[in-house]
Structure formats: C-alpha cells, structure tokens
Design a protein around this ligand. Structure first.
Ligand SMILES: NC(=O)c1ccc[n+]([C@@H]2O[C@H](COP(=O)([O-])OP(=O)(O)OC[C@H]3O[C@@H](n4cnc5c(N)ncnc54)[C@H](OP(=O)(O)O)[C@@H]3O)[C@@H](O)[C@H]2O)c1
Ligand SMILES: *[C@@H]1O[C@H](CO)[C@@H](O)[C@H](O)[C@H]1NC(C)=O
Ligand SMILES: *[C@@H]1O[C@H](CO)[C@@H](O)[C@H](O)[C@H]1NC(C)=O
Length: 259
C-alpha cells in the first residue's frame, strides 16, 4: 500500500484518539495529522508522530493547512448543531478546494437513512451533511453507521444500566432490537475505511444486534442472576419527552440528553 496522509479533525476526542491509534497499528508508516483546539490534550506517547495543527472548526486558514495534501479527511467532531453542520461544511469546502478526494463525516450513528428528515433531531446534522456532500462534484462523502457505541449506551450517565441496583431501565416493549458496536471495533473499522481509497458512500457495520430483554437473559446465563427490569414508559411517551425537552433547551441537546 502506498503511503497515505490522513487528517483527523477533532483528534483530542475519545474517538479521534482511538482512530489514530488504530491507524498506526494497521499501517505503521501512515502519516497522521490532527486538528485540535488544544494540541497538548493529545498526550499519549504512542501518538507523538502525529502532526498537530492548532485551530478550531471555524479557523479557515488553519484548516486549509491541515487538509492540504491529505488523502482523506476524517471528522470526529462532537458538539452542537452549529459545529456539526456549519463546522463540517467548512471542512468539506476547504478539503474540496484543496483537492482532497474523500471526506468521512462525523456520524458513527444509528441508521439515519431510515428516518424522515429531522424526525430524530439529534441526528439531523448527519442528514444535512449527507445532503451537502451529495451536492459536491469533487469530493466523495463517506458515512459510517454503527448503531450506538456500546460503551456509551451502558455508561452510567445514560442510566439505562443502573449498576448499583442491577437494573435495566428501558422504554418501549423491551423487544426492540438495538444495534451497537464498541468504540474500539468502530475505530478499527474506520481505520480500514480510511486506508481504502475505494471506500465511499454509506457504510454499515455492526458489532451486535440485540434486545434489552435478550441482554438480560445473557446476563442471567453468565452471572447466574437476572437483572431487574424497570419500564420507564412507551416509545410515544419517550418521544413526547424528547420534543418537550428540545423546546425547553433549543438545539443544544447536551443540556438535556442525559437527564
Ligand atoms: N452512536 C453513538 O452512540 C455515539 C456516541 C458518542 C459519540 N458518537 C459519535 O462519535 C464521534 C466522536 O465522538 P466522541 O465520543 O469522540 O466525542 P468527544 O470525545 O466529545 O470529542 C469531540 C471532539 O470534537 C472537538 N470539538 C468540539 N468543539 C470543537 C470546535 N469548535 N472546534 C474544533 N473541535 C471541536 C473536541 O475538541 P476539544 O477537545 O477541544 O473539546 C473533541 O476533539 C461523533 O461523530 C459522535 O456523534 C456516537
Ligand atoms: C437504587 O438504589 C439506591 C440505594 O442502593 C436507592 O437509593 C435508589 O432509590 C435506587 N433507585 C431506584 C431507581 O430504584
Ligand atoms: C427511568 O427510570 C429510572 C428509575 O426510576 C430513573 O432512574 C431514570 O432516570 C429514568 N430514565 C429517564 C430517562 O427518565
């Protein structure tokens, strides 16, 4: 494989750093660049070879230096709609102007192609960026759909899994199928996509597809004790709460998503 230059925007994030490590493992001679507001946050000695560019998502001049000559730009931003839509459009525009052939959008999401535009507003930014990339003649978009990150879904702040009370809190019937993939597997897959010049368009990958009831059954099998199941409400009730919270907090869904 000819040497490749991969530019990771948002390299200080959990996914960006993991992706950089996976890329170096997959192809030790790969050339990595990172865009970061605070480059000192990338303090893992294994990432000392990364060429870091200090700048934020709206700093067009720095972004131009960062993307120039790259074989692919991979965006790992996470933030409000302004960052996810306007911030990504700047990266896409500048990358296209500089002749970068591919752009990997900051998705790592459930399959938003099945959603009506804006129906799940947390994923509207992915849909908007996909629409935007489709208008571009000279840069090809890549969207990696992995379901939810297993590590995030079961982190304490979501309170789906209540470790203290050994309880699953769930909405709906409990039989809905959840698509989930770990951060690590998603980063390994993304590294392979970065290194494959032919990999473009919507790419689906999933670690496991399972209902919360079947997760409980698996836990019973492994630990000899079934977790408690707590029903929070119907999917309609959940949807009504989401719409209500959105009205209270506006587009900044981080203010309410963990409530
Ligand atoms: N499907 C799922 O369950 C799931 C869950 C979580 C995340 N994700 C996806 O995974 C991807 C990465 O998420 P993550 O968990 O790695 O998030 P993260 O750890 O919060 O990292 C976010 C990155 O965005 C950067 N950033 C924020 N505002 C910026 C700005 N104005 N200019 C430049 N950079 C800015 C941060 O830089 P600073 O360090 O400077 O703040 C950081 O590098 C996103 O596409 C996200 O949607 C999916
Ligand atoms: C979980 O357990 C703690 C104490 O162990 C208790 O205070 C709390 O009310 C429990 N939460 C639920 C939702 O049952
Ligand atoms: C679901 O119910 C549990 C237990 O009462 C509670 O701790 C949790 O916050 C609820 N989840 C939401 C999103 O309301």
């Amino acid at each position: 494989m000819a040497s490749m230059t991969i530019a990771i925007a948002g390299i200080t994030g959990k996914f960006g750093r993991l992706l950089a490590l996976c890329l170096l493992k997959a192809l030790p001679e790969v050339k990595l660049r990172g865009l970061a507001r605070e480059p000192s946050k990338v303090d893992d000695p294994s990432l000392s070879s990364v060429n870091l560019f200090q700048g934020d998502a709206f700093d067009v001049d720095r972004i131009r230096q960062f993307v120039r000559g790259a074989d692919v730009v991979c965006c790992c931003y996470l933030g409000d709609d302004h960052l996810m839509i306007q911030g990504q459009k700047i990266l896409i525009d500048v990358a296209e102007e500089e002749g970068v052939p591919r752009y990997i959008a900051s998705d790592w999401s459930l399959d938003w192609t099945k959603l009506e535009m804006g129906k799940l507003f947390a994923k509207e930014s992915c849909q908007r960026v996909h629409e935007y990339l489709a208008t571009k003649a000279n840069i090809r978009g890549v969207h990696i759909l992995i379901g939810g990150f297993t590590d995030v879904i079961f982190a304490p702040f979501f309170r789906i899994w209540d470790q203290e009370n050994l309880t699953f809190n769930y909405w709906g019937t409990g039989d809905e199928m959840w698509e989930c993939t770990s951060y690590l597997n998603s980063a390994q897959y993304t590294a392979a996509v970065c290194l494959d010049r032919e990999a473009v368009g919507i790419l689906r990958f999933v670690g496991d597809v399972i209902s919360i009831r079947n997760m409980a059954k698996t836990m019973q099998k492994v630990y000899g004790k079934a977790p408690n199941m707590h029903h929070n409400g119907s999917l309609e009730e959940l949807s009504a709460i989401m719409v209500h919270e959105r009205q209270n907090y506006g587009a900044d869904f981080y203010k309410y998503v963990f409530k």
